[in-house]
Ligand binder design. Structure first.
Ligand code: FAD
Length: 341
């Protein structure tokens, strides 16, 4: 379906170029940035415009240089101590000020915890629209408008949304769904150092401490092998079996929403429509029925192995290999085999 936010089209010839928000943590770019750079390049080529990354951070010149090596035409570098860690007020100010100064036609961010917080704030500040959680983006050949596609109505349909009467066109994009940019040696890009006076920003929040989650800190979006548990696992304690299989395979632990909502494991592990989209080499679904909202987040995995005691479970329709039986019998056997082999 096509939802049109506005009726008439205005003249936006002053707005040009595709921008990507360069999300980083402790000096490391989030992998979604490379995916957005890959997608941003395709969009910029179609529009015959440039691709830029807006990079707030601290002592982040190395990241700027890295981005140029991935085919970015211009990096707007804002290097300030206050921007070392993500902060809603500072980052919203930086993004909004630079967007107002340079008028990009498209601004993309990852639909990460940070992007989901920052995107709506920036859109509200500069009075434009935002399509959250897109899974595909394209340019309409005739109008040159950004076509922003995302699941709607519980993932049962895909909606393509356009922003006709405001600029820039802003979208957050799910990590793991776009192809990452490839390295382009000797690419010639520009690093533009931007100086903004952050003393004007009124802080409403103060970071007192950053507490790291020691256990399970792996990012499932980047894992090569994922072992996921669902309602069939039965309890938080039983998740140790899922962890053991994941550890044996050197993989990460995922979960269905039913397991997360039951409080057996934290939301960072949730795979699916309201969790993380993953596409590992191997995805092992244990005690997961295969609801559409779960499938949408993992069906691009190379190999799907399902363990379920119900032979009619819909996960088997998507599985490369299906094991019908009790996960509490099958998983210990698998672990034993793997350890002895
Ligand atoms: P169930 O559907 O209850 O399936 C449990 C399975 O375990 C069954 O197939 C059963 O046969 C099997 N089983 C039980 N015991 C054993 C055993 N001993 N051995 C082997 N198999 C066993 N869900 C997500 O996962 N991710 C999302 O992001 C998500 N987002 C949603 C967003 C919206 C708007 C809505 C409405 C729903 C969303 N859901 C999401 C929920 C989704 O609809 C399902 O309810 C959920 O995925 C079911 O989780 P499950 O497969 O673990 O549980």
């Amino acid at each position: 379906i096509k939802i049109e936010k506005e009726e008439k089209t205005k003249d936006f010839s002053d707005y040009k170029n595709v921008w990507v928000f360069g999300e980083q943590r402790e000096g490391d770019l989030n992998s979604v940035v490379h995916e957005l750079v890959g997608q941003g390049r395709r969009l910029a080529n179609k529009l015959k415009e440039n691709l830029s990354v807006i990079l707030p951070g601290y002592q982040n010149i190395a990241q700027a240089k890295e981005l140029i090596n991935y085919g970015v035409d211009k990096v707007y570098l804002i290097d300030k101590k206050e921007l070392a860690e993500y902060n809603d007020e500072y980052y919203t100010y930086v993004m909004a000020e630079l967007i107002k100064k340079y008028n990009p036609s498209i601004v993309l961010m990852g639909a990460t915890t940070i992007g989901r917080s920052l995107g709506p704030r920036v859109a509200a500040r500069i009075k434009t629209g935002l399509t959250a959680d897109c899974t595909s983006l394209d340019i309409d050949d005739k109008s040159k408008i950004l076509l922003q596609t995302r699941p709607a109505f519980g993932g049962n349909i895909m909606a393509t949304i356009v922003c006709k009467n405001h600029r820039p066109q802003m979208a957050t994009v799910r990590p793991g769904v776009m192809k990452a940019a490839e390295k382009r040696e000797n690419y010639e890009g520009i690093i533009s150092k931007e100086d903004l006076d952050l003393s004007k920003v009124i802080l409403k929040t103060e970071v007192i401490d950053i507490v790291r989650e020691i256990e399970d800190s792996i990012n499932i979006a980047e894992a090569d092998i994922i072992v996921s548990g669902g309602r069939g696992v039965g309890s938080g304690e039983n998740f140790n079996l899922i962890r053991e299989l994941a550890d044996t395979l050197g993989g990460a632990v995922g979960a269905s929403r039913a397991a997360v909502d039951s409080g057996w494991i934290s939301h960072d592990h949730q795979v699916g429509q309201t969790g993380t989209t993953v596409a590992p080499r191997i995805y092992i679904a244990c005690g997961i029925s295969g609801a559409v909202q779960h499938l949408v987040g993992m069906k691009s995995s190379d190999i799907i192995i399902a363990i379920n005691k119900d032979p009619g479970a819909s996960i088997f329709n998507y599985a490369t290999y299906g094991l019908v039986g009790d996960l509490f019998k099958i998983i210990p056997l698998l672990i034993e085999q793997l350890k002895s082999g």
